[in-house]
Ligand binder design. Structure first.
Ligand code: NDP
Length: 457
Protein backbone atom coordinates (compact mmCIF):
# COMPACT_ATOMS: atom_id res chain seq x y z
CA UNK A 1 0.00 0.00 0.00
CA UNK A 2 1.51 3.31 -1.07
CA UNK A 3 1.39 6.04 1.53
CA UNK A 4 0.62 8.87 -0.89
CA UNK A 5 -2.83 10.33 -0.32
CA UNK A 6 -5.30 9.14 -2.92
CA UNK A 7 -8.13 11.45 -3.94
CA UNK A 8 -11.38 9.50 -4.00
CA UNK A 9 -13.97 11.38 -6.02
CA UNK A 10 -17.46 10.00 -5.42
CA UNK A 11 -19.77 10.80 -8.32
CA UNK A 12 -23.25 10.30 -6.89
CA UNK A 13 -22.22 11.45 -3.41
CA UNK A 14 -25.82 12.07 -2.34
CA UNK A 15 -27.02 8.57 -3.27
CA UNK A 16 -27.99 5.48 -1.32
CA UNK A 17 -24.86 3.49 -2.18
CA UNK A 18 -22.54 6.23 -0.95
CA UNK A 19 -24.34 6.61 2.35
CA UNK A 20 -25.13 3.00 3.16
CA UNK A 21 -22.22 1.02 1.76
CA UNK A 22 -19.38 3.01 0.23
CA UNK A 23 -18.50 5.41 3.06
CA UNK A 24 -19.17 2.91 5.88
CA UNK A 25 -16.98 0.42 3.96
CA UNK A 26 -14.25 3.05 3.75
CA UNK A 27 -14.76 3.57 7.50
CA UNK A 28 -13.93 -0.09 8.23
CA UNK A 29 -10.86 0.16 6.01
CA UNK A 30 -9.56 3.25 7.81
CA UNK A 31 -10.24 1.64 11.17
CA UNK A 32 -8.00 -1.28 10.25
CA UNK A 33 -5.46 0.60 8.16
CA UNK A 34 -5.01 3.88 10.03
CA UNK A 35 -1.93 4.77 7.99
CA UNK A 36 -3.93 4.93 4.75
CA UNK A 37 -4.35 8.50 3.49
CA UNK A 38 -7.47 9.45 1.57
CA UNK A 39 -8.88 12.77 0.38
CA UNK A 40 -12.59 12.75 -0.36
CA UNK A 41 -14.36 14.78 -3.01
CA UNK A 42 -18.13 14.44 -3.37
CA UNK A 43 -20.11 15.39 -6.48
CA UNK A 44 -23.79 15.10 -7.35
CA UNK A 45 -26.72 17.15 -8.61
CA UNK A 46 -27.88 18.00 -5.14
CA UNK A 47 -27.05 21.44 -3.81
CA UNK A 48 -25.24 20.46 -0.64
CA UNK A 49 -23.17 22.74 1.58
CA UNK A 50 -19.64 21.66 2.42
CA UNK A 51 -20.55 21.41 6.10
CA UNK A 52 -23.54 19.15 5.32
CA UNK A 53 -21.32 16.92 3.19
CA UNK A 54 -18.67 16.78 5.92
CA UNK A 55 -21.32 15.85 8.49
CA UNK A 56 -22.57 13.05 6.22
CA UNK A 57 -19.01 11.81 5.72
CA UNK A 58 -18.30 11.82 9.46
CA UNK A 59 -21.50 9.92 10.24
CA UNK A 60 -21.10 7.35 7.50
CA UNK A 61 -17.42 6.66 8.26
CA UNK A 62 -18.32 6.34 11.94
CA UNK A 63 -21.09 3.92 11.08
CA UNK A 64 -18.40 1.71 9.56
CA UNK A 65 -16.38 1.83 12.77
CA UNK A 66 -13.84 4.51 11.82
CA UNK A 67 -12.63 6.12 15.07
CA UNK A 68 -14.12 9.62 15.61
CA UNK A 69 -10.85 11.53 15.41
CA UNK A 70 -9.91 9.81 12.15
CA UNK A 71 -13.37 10.37 10.63
CA UNK A 72 -13.36 14.02 11.63
CA UNK A 73 -9.85 14.55 10.28
CA UNK A 74 -10.80 13.05 6.92
CA UNK A 75 -14.10 14.95 6.83
CA UNK A 76 -12.34 18.25 7.59
CA UNK A 77 -10.51 18.05 4.25
CA UNK A 78 -13.48 16.62 2.30
CA UNK A 79 -14.92 18.85 -0.39
CA UNK A 80 -18.21 18.80 -2.23
CA UNK A 81 -19.00 20.22 -5.63
CA UNK A 82 -22.49 20.43 -7.07
CA UNK A 83 -22.03 18.91 -10.51
CA UNK A 84 -24.31 17.92 -13.34
CA UNK A 85 -22.31 14.94 -14.52
CA UNK A 86 -23.82 15.17 -17.96
CA UNK A 87 -22.64 18.74 -18.44
CA UNK A 88 -19.14 18.95 -20.02
CA UNK A 89 -18.36 22.29 -18.34
CA UNK A 90 -19.37 21.03 -14.91
CA UNK A 91 -17.32 17.86 -15.34
CA UNK A 92 -14.32 19.79 -16.65
CA UNK A 93 -14.50 22.06 -13.60
CA UNK A 94 -14.58 19.06 -11.30
CA UNK A 95 -11.58 17.40 -12.98
CA UNK A 96 -9.53 20.61 -13.14
CA UNK A 97 -10.16 21.22 -9.45
CA UNK A 98 -8.65 17.88 -8.37
CA UNK A 99 -5.49 18.07 -6.28
CA UNK A 100 -2.22 16.68 -7.68
CA UNK A 101 -1.52 13.00 -7.11
CA UNK A 102 -3.27 9.69 -7.65
CA UNK A 103 -7.04 9.92 -8.00
CA UNK A 104 -10.03 7.61 -8.45
CA UNK A 105 -13.34 8.66 -10.01
CA UNK A 106 -15.92 6.39 -8.39
CA UNK A 107 -19.17 6.21 -10.37
CA UNK A 108 -21.88 5.63 -7.74
CA UNK A 109 -24.47 6.51 -10.37
CA UNK A 110 -27.35 4.90 -12.21
CA UNK A 111 -25.83 2.92 -15.12
CA UNK A 112 -27.33 5.15 -17.83
CA UNK A 113 -25.81 8.25 -16.20
CA UNK A 114 -22.44 6.50 -15.88
CA UNK A 115 -22.44 5.66 -19.60
CA UNK A 116 -23.29 9.25 -20.56
CA UNK A 117 -20.76 10.74 -18.13
CA UNK A 118 -18.07 8.49 -19.67
CA UNK A 119 -18.98 9.85 -23.11
CA UNK A 120 -18.39 13.37 -21.78
CA UNK A 121 -15.16 12.42 -19.98
CA UNK A 122 -13.80 10.88 -23.19
CA UNK A 123 -13.62 14.40 -24.63
CA UNK A 124 -11.80 15.98 -21.67
CA UNK A 125 -8.15 16.24 -20.67
CA UNK A 126 -7.78 13.81 -17.78
CA UNK A 127 -4.94 13.61 -15.26
CA UNK A 128 -2.49 10.86 -16.12
CA UNK A 129 -3.25 7.53 -14.45
CA UNK A 130 -6.73 8.58 -13.31
CA UNK A 131 -8.59 5.41 -12.28
CA UNK A 132 -12.28 4.75 -12.86
CA UNK A 133 -14.33 2.69 -10.38
CA UNK A 134 -17.56 1.73 -12.14
CA UNK A 135 -20.52 0.31 -10.27
CA UNK A 136 -22.55 -2.63 -11.49
CA UNK A 137 -24.59 -3.26 -13.52
CA UNK A 138 -22.03 -2.55 -16.22
CA UNK A 139 -24.35 -1.49 -19.05
CA UNK A 140 -27.94 -2.67 -19.22
CA UNK A 141 -27.46 -5.50 -21.73
CA UNK A 142 -24.71 -7.15 -23.77
CA UNK A 143 -24.72 -4.52 -26.52
CA UNK A 144 -24.51 -1.59 -24.08
CA UNK A 145 -21.77 -3.32 -22.03
CA UNK A 146 -19.75 -3.81 -25.23
CA UNK A 147 -20.33 -0.19 -26.19
CA UNK A 148 -19.25 1.04 -22.78
CA UNK A 149 -16.12 -1.11 -22.86
CA UNK A 150 -15.20 0.21 -26.30
CA UNK A 151 -15.84 3.76 -25.18
CA UNK A 152 -13.72 3.43 -22.03
CA UNK A 153 -10.86 1.77 -23.88
CA UNK A 154 -10.84 4.63 -26.38
CA UNK A 155 -9.36 6.93 -23.72
CA UNK A 156 -8.20 4.68 -20.84
CA UNK A 157 -6.07 1.56 -20.45
CA UNK A 158 -7.76 -1.53 -19.03
CA UNK A 159 -5.57 -1.22 -15.91
CA UNK A 160 -7.20 2.15 -15.17
CA UNK A 161 -10.70 0.61 -15.21
CA UNK A 162 -12.10 -1.07 -12.10
CA UNK A 163 -15.56 -2.53 -12.71
CA UNK A 164 -16.96 -3.04 -9.26
CA UNK A 165 -18.93 -5.99 -7.99
CA UNK A 166 -18.80 -5.79 -4.23
CA UNK A 167 -19.62 -9.50 -3.90
CA UNK A 168 -15.98 -10.04 -4.92
CA UNK A 169 -15.05 -8.19 -1.73
CA UNK A 170 -17.24 -10.31 0.53
CA UNK A 171 -15.32 -12.49 2.96
CA UNK A 172 -17.73 -15.37 2.40
CA UNK A 173 -17.18 -15.26 -1.36
CA UNK A 174 -13.40 -14.94 -1.11
CA UNK A 175 -13.40 -17.76 1.44
CA UNK A 176 -14.57 -20.04 -1.36
CA UNK A 177 -11.00 -19.97 -2.61
CA UNK A 178 -9.53 -21.14 0.69
CA UNK A 179 -12.36 -23.57 1.27
CA UNK A 180 -12.11 -25.20 -2.14
CA UNK A 181 -8.41 -25.15 -2.79
CA UNK A 182 -6.96 -25.67 0.69
CA UNK A 183 -8.99 -28.74 1.68
CA UNK A 184 -8.03 -32.19 0.43
CA UNK A 185 -11.49 -33.27 1.54
CA UNK A 186 -13.33 -31.17 -1.03
CA UNK A 187 -11.16 -30.42 -4.07
CA UNK A 188 -11.02 -34.05 -5.36
CA UNK A 189 -14.84 -34.37 -5.24
CA UNK A 190 -15.56 -30.91 -6.70
CA UNK A 191 -16.87 -32.14 -10.05
CA UNK A 192 -19.83 -33.63 -11.90
CA UNK A 193 -18.92 -37.17 -10.86
CA UNK A 194 -19.71 -36.29 -7.24
CA UNK A 195 -21.89 -33.20 -7.25
CA UNK A 196 -25.51 -33.34 -8.33
CA UNK A 197 -26.50 -29.67 -8.20
CA UNK A 198 -25.54 -26.27 -6.84
CA UNK A 199 -27.92 -23.59 -5.61
CA UNK A 200 -26.83 -19.99 -5.13
CA UNK A 201 -29.58 -18.06 -3.40
CA UNK A 202 -29.75 -14.45 -2.29
CA UNK A 203 -33.22 -13.79 -0.87
CA UNK A 204 -33.70 -10.40 0.78
CA UNK A 205 -36.40 -9.22 3.14
CA UNK A 206 -35.82 -5.63 2.00
CA UNK A 207 -38.45 -4.32 -0.40
CA UNK A 208 -37.90 -1.41 -2.76
CA UNK A 209 -36.85 1.06 -0.03
CA UNK A 210 -37.41 4.10 -2.26
CA UNK A 211 -34.97 2.92 -4.95
CA UNK A 212 -37.47 2.77 -7.83
CA UNK A 213 -35.37 5.22 -9.86
CA UNK A 214 -32.70 2.59 -10.25
CA UNK A 215 -34.38 -0.73 -9.47
CA UNK A 216 -37.49 -0.45 -11.61
CA UNK A 217 -35.27 -0.20 -14.70
CA UNK A 218 -32.98 -3.03 -13.57
CA UNK A 219 -35.00 -5.74 -11.82
CA UNK A 220 -33.69 -8.79 -9.97
CA UNK A 221 -32.08 -10.36 -13.03
CA UNK A 222 -29.79 -7.42 -13.84
CA UNK A 223 -29.42 -6.22 -10.25
CA UNK A 224 -28.41 -9.54 -8.71
CA UNK A 225 -28.08 -12.50 -11.05
CA UNK A 226 -26.29 -11.03 -14.04
CA UNK A 227 -23.55 -9.60 -11.86
CA UNK A 228 -23.24 -10.85 -8.28
CA UNK A 229 -24.55 -14.39 -8.49
CA UNK A 230 -22.86 -15.30 -11.78
CA UNK A 231 -19.55 -14.21 -10.29
CA UNK A 232 -20.17 -16.25 -7.14
CA UNK A 233 -21.03 -19.17 -9.43
CA UNK A 234 -17.77 -18.63 -11.31
CA UNK A 235 -15.80 -18.81 -8.04
CA UNK A 236 -17.60 -22.00 -7.06
CA UNK A 237 -16.80 -23.56 -10.43
CA UNK A 238 -13.45 -22.11 -11.59
CA UNK A 239 -10.30 -24.19 -12.05
CA UNK A 240 -7.52 -23.84 -9.49
CA UNK A 241 -5.07 -20.98 -9.98
CA UNK A 242 -1.34 -21.40 -9.40
CA UNK A 243 -1.57 -18.32 -7.19
CA UNK A 244 -4.19 -15.76 -6.28
CA UNK A 245 -3.03 -12.91 -8.46
CA UNK A 246 -5.05 -10.62 -10.71
CA UNK A 247 -4.15 -11.90 -14.17
CA UNK A 248 -4.50 -15.61 -13.55
CA UNK A 249 -7.45 -15.28 -11.20
CA UNK A 250 -9.42 -13.22 -13.70
CA UNK A 251 -8.34 -15.45 -16.61
CA UNK A 252 -9.83 -18.44 -14.77
CA UNK A 253 -13.05 -16.64 -13.84
CA UNK A 254 -13.39 -15.55 -17.46
CA UNK A 255 -12.61 -19.10 -18.62
CA UNK A 256 -15.48 -20.64 -16.63
CA UNK A 257 -17.88 -17.85 -17.64
CA UNK A 258 -17.16 -18.73 -21.29
CA UNK A 259 -18.42 -22.25 -20.64
CA UNK A 260 -21.60 -21.11 -18.85
CA UNK A 261 -25.02 -20.92 -20.51
CA UNK A 262 -28.68 -21.34 -19.62
CA UNK A 263 -29.57 -25.00 -19.19
CA UNK A 264 -30.11 -26.85 -22.51
CA UNK A 265 -29.94 -23.48 -24.26
CA UNK A 266 -33.60 -23.07 -23.30
CA UNK A 267 -34.11 -19.71 -21.59
CA UNK A 268 -37.86 -20.24 -21.22
CA UNK A 269 -37.58 -23.57 -19.38
CA UNK A 270 -34.54 -22.41 -17.35
CA UNK A 271 -35.89 -19.19 -15.90
CA UNK A 272 -38.73 -17.87 -13.76
CA UNK A 273 -39.69 -14.37 -12.72
CA UNK A 274 -42.15 -12.88 -10.30
CA UNK A 275 -43.14 -9.59 -8.67
CA UNK A 276 -44.28 -9.03 -5.11
CA UNK A 277 -47.76 -7.90 -4.20
CA UNK A 278 -49.00 -6.36 -0.98
CA UNK A 279 -48.05 -8.23 2.18
CA UNK A 280 -46.04 -7.97 5.36
CA UNK A 281 -42.38 -8.71 5.96
CA UNK A 282 -41.40 -9.40 9.54
CA UNK A 283 -44.49 -7.58 10.80
CA UNK A 284 -44.06 -4.51 8.54
CA UNK A 285 -46.65 -3.79 5.86
CA UNK A 286 -45.25 -3.72 2.35
CA UNK A 287 -47.27 -2.17 -0.49
CA UNK A 288 -47.84 -3.85 -3.80
CA UNK A 289 -44.64 -3.34 -5.85
CA UNK A 290 -46.52 -1.58 -8.64
CA UNK A 291 -47.96 0.92 -6.14
CA UNK A 292 -44.51 1.96 -4.88
CA UNK A 293 -43.64 5.57 -5.82
CA UNK A 294 -41.72 5.76 -9.09
CA UNK A 295 -42.66 2.27 -10.32
CA UNK A 296 -44.06 1.93 -13.82
CA UNK A 297 -46.17 -1.26 -13.88
CA UNK A 298 -45.81 -1.46 -17.66
CA UNK A 299 -42.11 -2.13 -17.34
CA UNK A 300 -42.99 -5.59 -15.96
CA UNK A 301 -40.00 -5.43 -13.64
CA UNK A 302 -39.40 -8.65 -11.72
CA UNK A 303 -38.51 -8.53 -8.02
CA UNK A 304 -37.66 -12.24 -7.87
CA UNK A 305 -35.70 -14.09 -10.53
CA UNK A 306 -34.39 -17.60 -10.95
CA UNK A 307 -32.09 -18.84 -13.71
CA UNK A 308 -30.52 -22.28 -14.06
CA UNK A 309 -27.21 -22.47 -15.88
CA UNK A 310 -24.88 -25.31 -16.77
CA UNK A 311 -21.16 -25.30 -17.46
CA UNK A 312 -19.99 -26.98 -20.57
CA UNK A 313 -16.71 -28.56 -19.52
CA UNK A 314 -15.46 -31.91 -18.28
CA UNK A 315 -15.61 -30.85 -14.63
CA UNK A 316 -19.24 -29.70 -14.64
CA UNK A 317 -21.09 -31.18 -17.64
CA UNK A 318 -24.77 -31.68 -16.78
CA UNK A 319 -24.70 -30.17 -13.27
CA UNK A 320 -27.44 -27.54 -12.82
CA UNK A 321 -26.43 -24.34 -11.04
CA UNK A 322 -29.64 -22.65 -9.91
CA UNK A 323 -29.28 -18.91 -9.21
CA UNK A 324 -32.09 -17.14 -7.43
CA UNK A 325 -32.54 -13.73 -5.88
CA UNK A 326 -35.48 -11.61 -4.82
CA UNK A 327 -36.84 -8.84 -2.64
CA UNK A 328 -39.52 -8.64 0.05
CA UNK A 329 -39.25 -12.32 0.88
CA UNK A 330 -40.28 -13.70 4.26
CA UNK A 331 -36.82 -14.67 5.46
CA UNK A 332 -33.31 -13.70 4.40
CA UNK A 333 -31.43 -16.55 2.80
CA UNK A 334 -27.98 -16.01 1.36
CA UNK A 335 -26.54 -19.40 0.68
CA UNK A 336 -24.47 -21.56 -1.59
CA UNK A 337 -25.77 -25.10 -1.35
CA UNK A 338 -23.78 -27.94 -2.90
CA UNK A 339 -25.75 -31.18 -3.11
CA UNK A 340 -23.65 -34.31 -3.59
CA UNK A 341 -24.68 -37.41 -5.51
CA UNK A 342 -25.78 -40.48 -3.51
CA UNK A 343 -23.19 -43.14 -2.73
CA UNK A 344 -22.71 -45.67 -5.54
CA UNK A 345 -23.85 -48.51 -3.25
CA UNK A 346 -25.61 -48.55 0.11
CA UNK A 347 -24.87 -51.76 2.04
CA UNK A 348 -28.01 -53.80 2.65
CA UNK A 349 -29.16 -53.58 6.24
CA UNK A 350 -28.55 -49.83 6.47
CA UNK A 351 -31.74 -47.83 6.27
CA UNK A 352 -33.53 -45.58 5.59
CA UNK A 353 -32.05 -44.39 2.34
CA UNK A 354 -29.78 -41.48 3.37
CA UNK A 355 -30.43 -37.94 2.32
CA UNK A 356 -27.73 -36.63 -0.01
CA UNK A 357 -24.70 -34.99 1.60
CA UNK A 358 -25.05 -31.25 1.38
CA UNK A 359 -22.56 -28.51 1.97
CA UNK A 360 -24.24 -25.24 2.90
CA UNK A 361 -22.20 -22.04 2.89
CA UNK A 362 -24.13 -19.19 4.49
CA UNK A 363 -22.87 -15.85 3.25
CA UNK A 364 -24.24 -13.67 6.03
CA UNK A 365 -23.47 -14.46 8.80
CA UNK A 366 -20.74 -16.69 7.47
CA UNK A 367 -21.28 -20.30 8.42
CA UNK A 368 -20.34 -23.62 6.84
CA UNK A 369 -22.56 -26.63 7.48
CA UNK A 370 -21.96 -30.14 6.22
CA UNK A 371 -24.93 -32.48 6.28
CA UNK A 372 -23.79 -36.09 6.58
CA UNK A 373 -25.39 -39.45 7.36
CA UNK A 374 -24.38 -41.27 10.52
CA UNK A 375 -25.60 -44.29 12.40
CA UNK A 376 -28.66 -43.38 14.39
CA UNK A 377 -28.86 -42.97 18.11
CA UNK A 378 -30.08 -46.17 19.70
CA UNK A 379 -29.95 -48.17 16.46
CA UNK A 380 -26.51 -48.81 15.06
CA UNK A 381 -27.89 -49.91 11.66
CA UNK A 382 -30.35 -47.06 11.30
CA UNK A 383 -29.18 -43.91 9.52
CA UNK A 384 -29.87 -40.37 10.50
CA UNK A 385 -28.66 -37.00 9.39
CA UNK A 386 -26.00 -35.17 11.38
CA UNK A 387 -24.93 -31.55 10.88
CA UNK A 388 -21.33 -30.44 11.28
CA UNK A 389 -21.48 -26.69 11.49
CA UNK A 390 -19.03 -23.89 12.15
CA UNK A 391 -19.31 -20.13 12.11
CA UNK A 392 -16.56 -18.39 10.16
CA UNK A 393 -15.36 -15.12 11.67
CA UNK A 394 -16.64 -12.12 9.75
CA UNK A 395 -14.04 -10.11 7.84
CA UNK A 396 -12.89 -7.02 9.69
CA UNK A 397 -13.10 -4.88 6.56
CA UNK A 398 -16.49 -4.69 4.85
CA UNK A 399 -16.73 -5.61 1.16
CA UNK A 400 -16.69 -2.00 -0.05
CA UNK A 401 -13.64 -1.28 2.12
CA UNK A 402 -11.88 -4.24 0.51
CA UNK A 403 -12.90 -3.12 -2.99
CA UNK A 404 -11.87 0.51 -2.40
CA UNK A 405 -8.51 -0.58 -0.97
CA UNK A 406 -7.74 -2.56 -4.12
CA UNK A 407 -8.78 0.30 -6.41
CA UNK A 408 -6.80 2.88 -4.45
CA UNK A 409 -3.76 0.56 -4.57
CA UNK A 410 -4.24 0.00 -8.32
CA UNK A 411 -4.66 -3.78 -7.84
CA UNK A 412 -7.33 -5.18 -10.19
CA UNK A 413 -7.62 -8.55 -8.40
CA UNK A 414 -11.18 -7.90 -7.16
CA UNK A 415 -12.46 -5.96 -10.13
CA UNK A 416 -14.37 -7.29 -13.10
CA UNK A 417 -12.35 -7.28 -16.32
CA UNK A 418 -14.11 -6.02 -19.46
CA UNK A 419 -14.45 -9.48 -21.01
CA UNK A 420 -15.90 -10.88 -17.76
CA UNK A 421 -18.60 -8.17 -17.68
CA UNK A 422 -19.56 -8.96 -21.27
CA UNK A 423 -19.60 -12.71 -20.63
CA UNK A 424 -21.97 -12.28 -17.66
CA UNK A 425 -24.39 -10.43 -19.96
CA UNK A 426 -23.94 -13.09 -22.62
CA UNK A 427 -25.05 -15.80 -20.19
CA UNK A 428 -28.29 -14.01 -19.29
CA UNK A 429 -29.00 -12.49 -22.74
CA UNK A 430 -31.32 -15.33 -23.86
CA UNK A 431 -33.29 -14.84 -20.62
CA UNK A 432 -33.50 -11.06 -21.11
CA UNK A 433 -34.73 -11.72 -24.62
CA UNK A 434 -37.32 -14.35 -23.61
CA UNK A 435 -38.66 -12.10 -20.84
CA UNK A 436 -38.80 -9.09 -23.13
CA UNK A 437 -40.92 -11.15 -25.53
CA UNK A 438 -43.12 -12.25 -22.63
CA UNK A 439 -42.36 -15.93 -23.17
CA UNK A 440 -41.98 -16.45 -19.42
CA UNK A 441 -44.98 -15.42 -17.30
CA UNK A 442 -44.48 -12.73 -14.68
CA UNK A 443 -45.82 -14.51 -11.60
CA UNK A 444 -46.77 -12.89 -8.30
CA UNK A 445 -46.02 -13.57 -4.64
CA UNK A 446 -47.22 -11.79 -1.54
CA UNK A 447 -44.49 -9.77 0.19
CA UNK A 448 -43.32 -11.80 3.19
CA UNK A 449 -43.87 -15.19 1.52
CA UNK A 450 -41.15 -17.50 0.19
CA UNK A 451 -42.11 -16.81 -3.43
CA UNK A 452 -44.84 -17.94 -5.79
CA UNK A 453 -46.51 -21.31 -5.19
CA UNK A 454 -44.79 -24.10 -7.02
CA UNK A 455 -41.29 -22.62 -6.94
CA UNK A 456 -38.68 -24.76 -5.21
CA UNK A 457 -38.20 -23.79 -1.56
P1 NDP B 1 -29.32 6.53 -6.06
O1 NDP B 1 -30.41 6.81 -7.00
O2 NDP B 1 -29.60 6.48 -4.60
O3 NDP B 1 -28.15 7.62 -6.24
C1 NDP B 1 -27.74 8.06 -7.50
C2 NDP B 1 -26.78 9.21 -7.35
O4 NDP B 1 -26.49 9.65 -8.67
C3 NDP B 1 -27.35 10.40 -6.61
O5 NDP B 1 -26.31 10.95 -5.83
C4 NDP B 1 -27.70 11.36 -7.75
O6 NDP B 1 -27.55 12.71 -7.36
C5 NDP B 1 -26.58 11.07 -8.72
N1 NDP B 1 -26.91 11.52 -10.07
C6 NDP B 1 -27.78 10.98 -10.95
N2 NDP B 1 -27.76 11.68 -12.11
C7 NDP B 1 -26.85 12.65 -11.95
C8 NDP B 1 -26.35 13.69 -12.78
N3 NDP B 1 -26.76 13.88 -14.04
N4 NDP B 1 -25.42 14.52 -12.27
C9 NDP B 1 -24.98 14.37 -11.01
N5 NDP B 1 -25.40 13.42 -10.18
C10 NDP B 1 -26.31 12.56 -10.64
O7 NDP B 1 -28.65 5.17 -6.58
P2 NDP B 1 -27.77 4.15 -5.73
O8 NDP B 1 -26.80 4.90 -4.90
O9 NDP B 1 -28.65 3.17 -5.08
O10 NDP B 1 -27.02 3.33 -6.89
C11 NDP B 1 -25.93 3.85 -7.61
C12 NDP B 1 -25.20 2.72 -8.29
O11 NDP B 1 -24.71 1.86 -7.27
C13 NDP B 1 -26.08 1.84 -9.20
O12 NDP B 1 -25.33 1.50 -10.33
C14 NDP B 1 -26.35 0.60 -8.36
O13 NDP B 1 -26.49 -0.55 -9.14
C15 NDP B 1 -25.08 0.50 -7.55
N6 NDP B 1 -25.28 -0.23 -6.31
C16 NDP B 1 -26.15 0.24 -5.37
C17 NDP B 1 -26.34 -0.46 -4.20
C18 NDP B 1 -27.27 0.02 -3.14
O14 NDP B 1 -27.56 -0.74 -2.19
N7 NDP B 1 -27.77 1.26 -3.21
C19 NDP B 1 -25.65 -1.76 -3.95
C20 NDP B 1 -24.72 -2.12 -5.00
C21 NDP B 1 -24.57 -1.38 -6.12
P3 NDP B 1 -28.83 13.63 -7.09
O15 NDP B 1 -29.74 12.81 -6.23
O16 NDP B 1 -28.21 14.80 -6.43
O17 NDP B 1 -29.41 13.85 -8.45
Amino acid sequence: MANDPVTLVILGASGDLTKRLLLPGLGTLLQHQPQRRVRLVGAANEQLSESDWRARVTNALGEGGCPDDRAERLASTATYRRTDLLDPDDLRGLIEGLPEGPAVLYFALPPAVTAKACDVLAGLDLPEGLRFGLEKPFGHDLASARRLNRRLLSFLDEDQIFRVDHFLGKGAVLNLLGFRFANRLFEPVWNQANIESVDIVFDETLALEGRAGYYDKAGALADMIQSHLLLVCALVAMEDPASIEATEFRDLVSHVLSAMSVRDGDAVASSRRARYTRGAVQGQDVPNYVDEPGVDADRHTETLAEVTVTIDNARWAGVPFRLRSGKALGAPRRQIVVTFRPVAHLPGGLSPRPKPNRLVIDMNPERVTLEISTNGEGDVFGLEQTLLSAEIGASAVRPYGEILAHIMDGDPLLSVRGDMAEKCWKVVSPVVDAWRKNKVPLEEYPAGSSGPDGWPA
